[in-house]
Design a protein around this ligand. Structure first.
Ligand code: C5P
Length: 221
């Protein structure tokens, strides 16, 4: 039986950075489920579909074939045979992912793929509904969060470093909108699983969060 670690939490809490590090140290496979929702969103954007058009989006789900592959240990998302990993990080795609991930057809398709991946290998999977819905039997569940100000500041610093001009108030507003949508949607909203350990990273650096998670894994295993 494979061993699974579920990490959920709001946008910008550092889930992917942390999960990647833990995966490396424990020799697990890291699965970034947000990237799958982003790849679907990228497909809908390319097709010019409105995020409000649930009918069209549901219909188009069957035409967007998503799979993942690994290149030098990094997850790649393949959409209809094309590696779209480099195109899905833009804010536009993130916002479309947040808007379209509310639809049952989108979620059902991706949750099935995620469950399959977790059956095959030991995974550390991050997202919004992993502990509550995708892997309810995961051996370790973490709910990783941080204050909205901290998350906005981290995102601002990240974009600045890449030379992207940005405004911290706008970033914070974007994060708040995304959190609200993720937490209030009807199907599998973002929430802490009853058996998840809450970790607030507002006052912690990456090493401290990684250590805390490894400690939780040891205690559980
Ligand atoms: O984590 P990331 O920002 O890449 O996710 C993009 C969007 O995909 C989230 O805002 C959320 O709406 C959606 N998502 C989801 N369930 C997951 C992972 C991501 O609904 N398991």
């Amino acid at each position: 039986m494979s061993i699974n670690i579920a990490i959920d939490g709001p946008a910008g809490a550092g889930k992917s950075t942390i999960a990647k590090r833990v995966a490396k140290e424990l020799e697990y496979i890291y699965v970034d489920t947000g990237a799958m929702y982003r790849a679907m969103a990228y497909y809908f954007l390319q097709k010019g579909i409105s995020p409000e058009d649930e009918g069209k989006i549901s219909e188009e789900c069957k035409n967007a074939e998503i799979s993942i592959a690994y290149q030098n240990g990094e997850q790649q998302v393949i959409l209809n045979g094309e590696n779209v990993t480099a195109y899905i990080r833009k804010e536009e795609v993130g916002n479309m992912a947040s808007a379209t991930s509310v639809y049952p057809k989108v979620r059902e398709k991706l949750v099935e793929l995620q469950k399959e991946l977790a059956k095959k290998s030991n995974v550390i999977m991050d997202g919004r509904d992993i502990g509550t819905c995708v892997l309810p039997d995961a051996q370790v569940k973490i709910y990783l969060t941080a204050s909205v100000q901290t998350r906005a500041k981290r995102r601002y610093d990240e974009l600045k470093e890449k030379g992207v001009s940005c405004n911290i108030e706008e970033i914070q507003k974007d994060i708040e909108d995304r959190d609200y949508r993720d937490m209030h949607r009807e199907m599998s909203p973002l929430k802490q699983a009853e058996d998840a350990v809450l970790l607030d990273s507002s006052e912690l650096n990456i090493d401290e969060v990684v250590l805390a998670i490894e400690k939780i894994c040891k205690e559980k295993g």
